[in-house]
Design a protein around this ligand. Structure first.
Ligand code: PLP
Length: 450
């Protein structure tokens, strides 16, 4: 009878979900036929569905469950904070201990003089906040024409109107309008798709030159910022060529264009560092945006971390009486901040970054073995941020027709074998929890090979 009631509950959830819950980023033609898979429980690196079947989570929720599932310590910290004080506005002169402590911790971890934190509820909002902050900053400096943003094709920056406009993944714009006055895209720094025979160095210089050309075309007095993920994630885990980060930052400095490093995926250990901008790629940007791994997905939280230089300008008394009139009811939500503090404490105590440097390197190495398969054109990424690009022809890098849905078919076959991987057109993305062991890595690679 227990089994019957479990089946009835599953049916009930299926129906309510299908009829009323409009899922984000979902193709409803297939959704209505097949319904959703209901997850009931999760611990460590894996999840359990409503039938009790276990799956290794190869995508860390959505590149975010960095410390893994089922951490009682987070549950306790969150419960304690709710009992103490679940919420109070932080507008003006009020605060709570977790919001203040987490801001100080982030300032301590972030590179250079990025000592100030503005909170929101996720990555898109962190990027929107960065845009409003940059606009206000240049207005206050008496440079009101400096407003335009440059970003890259294949870059992903979120789903609010502004963040989606900055996003450069072209398929994400189909059927929508985006802001085209303020945002301008340059091409993707994807080495796999560079012209036949071009050296990586020449490819890098060409991409850097393109940024400079775009700034000059728009006019340096009109360009405010360059938005870039250190590794482009949802556009297909694209690692720009060596030197690209430093050289693009130098171009930005030359024209007083602020550099926003979108670390929504790369921060908090995914590449083996708390922040990847400086430790992995050698740059100190003006602003870092982050979310996801900040709480390991246990609660929603995002942050825009910015420099002393920006803070000094936007916090100064303004001649026109303006103050930075920006913020959200949930900016600095104490419960999310308590989860973030505990999450970082766990990461530090367990040396998770060192674990990622070690097992993440093994993950990379083992995944590269799949390059001998006929379908695998490129294995790329770093540590626990990886992608397989499947192609019709390895020699020519010709794409597989979209209606073959190869990414989905691979993901479905993996799922049958107890592994969740993410389909992304003809690619599959792997961004597991950061607590993966070598045995887990072996299982992931063996399942993919099958
Ligand atoms: N920036 C990057 C690099 C992301 O990968 C994402 C989400 O995947 C976002 C921004 C948007 O974050 P959110 O979905 O929390 O708004």
């Amino acid at each position: 009878s227990q089994n019957v009631s479990a089946q009835l509950e599953k049916q009930e959830i299926w129906h309510k979900d299908r009829d009323h819950f409009m899922h984000p980023w979902t193709d409803f033609s297939t959704f209505k036929e097949s319904g959703s898979m209901v997850f009931r429980q999760a611990d460590g690196v894996s999840l359990q569905d409503a039938d009790g079947k276990r799956y290794l989570d190869g995508i860390g929720g959505l590149w975010c469950v960095n410390i893994g599932y089922g951490r009682d310590e987070i549950a306790e910290a969150v419960a304690a904070q709710i009992r103490d004080i679940p919420y109070f506005s932080t507008f003006g002169h009020h605060t709570t201990a977790p919001a203040a402590r987490l801001a100080a911790k982030l300032a301590d971890l972030a590179p250079g003089d990025l000592n100030h934190v503005f909170y929101g509820c996720g990555g898109s909002v962190a990027n929107d906040t960065a845009v409003r902050m940059i606009h206000f900053y240049f207005n206050q400096l008496g440079k009101p024409s400096k407003k335009q943003i440059i970003s890259r094709k294949d870059g992903y920056h979120g789903s609010t109107y502004m963040a989606m406009s900055i996003t450069g993944v072209e398929v994400d714009h189909i059927g929508f309008d985006i802001e085209r006055q303020l945002v301008h895209h340059i091409s993707s720094p994807n080495p796999y798709r560079r012209p036949e025979g071009q050296s990586l160095e020449a490819f890098c210089d060409e991409k850097v030159q393109e940024l400079e050309d775009k700034i000059l075309e728009r006019g340096p007095d009109n360009v405010a910022a360059f938005f870039a993920e250190p590794i482009l994630g949802a556009g297909g885990v694209i690692v720009p060529p060596e030197g690209y980060h430093r050289k693009t930052l130098a171009v930005c400095r030359k024209y007083d264009v602020l550099y926003v490093s979108d670390e929504v995926v790369t921060a908090f250990g995914r590449l083996g560092h708390m922040f990847a901008s400086e430790d992995e790629f050698g740059i100190v940007p003006d602003i870092i945006t982050c979310a996801k791994g900040l709480t390991s997905g246990y609660l929603p939280l995002g942050a825009t971390i910015f420099s002393d230089r920006i803070y000094e300008v936007i916090s100064e008394p303004q001649a026109d009486g303006a103050i930075f009139t920006h913020g959200f009811t949930y900016s600095g939500h104490p419960v999310s901040c308590a989860a973030g503090l505990k999450n970082i404490e766990i990461m530090e105590r367990e040396n998770l970054c060192d674990h990622v440097k070690d097992v993440g390197a093994y993950f990379e190495e083992r995944l590269h073995e799949l390059e001998d398969l006929q379908i695998v054109g490129d294995v790329r990424g770093r540590k626990f941020m990886m992608c397989l690009e499947n192609v019709a022809d390895k020699a020519t890098r010709e794409l597989i027709a979209p209606d073959a849905k190869v990414g989905n078919r691979i993901a479905d076959e993996c799922q049958k074998r107890g592994l969740i991987v993410r389909p992304l057109a003809h690619m599959n993305i792997l961004s597991p929890t950061l607590i993966l062991s070598r045995e887990h890595v072996d299982f992931v690679v063996a399942t993919l090979r099958e």
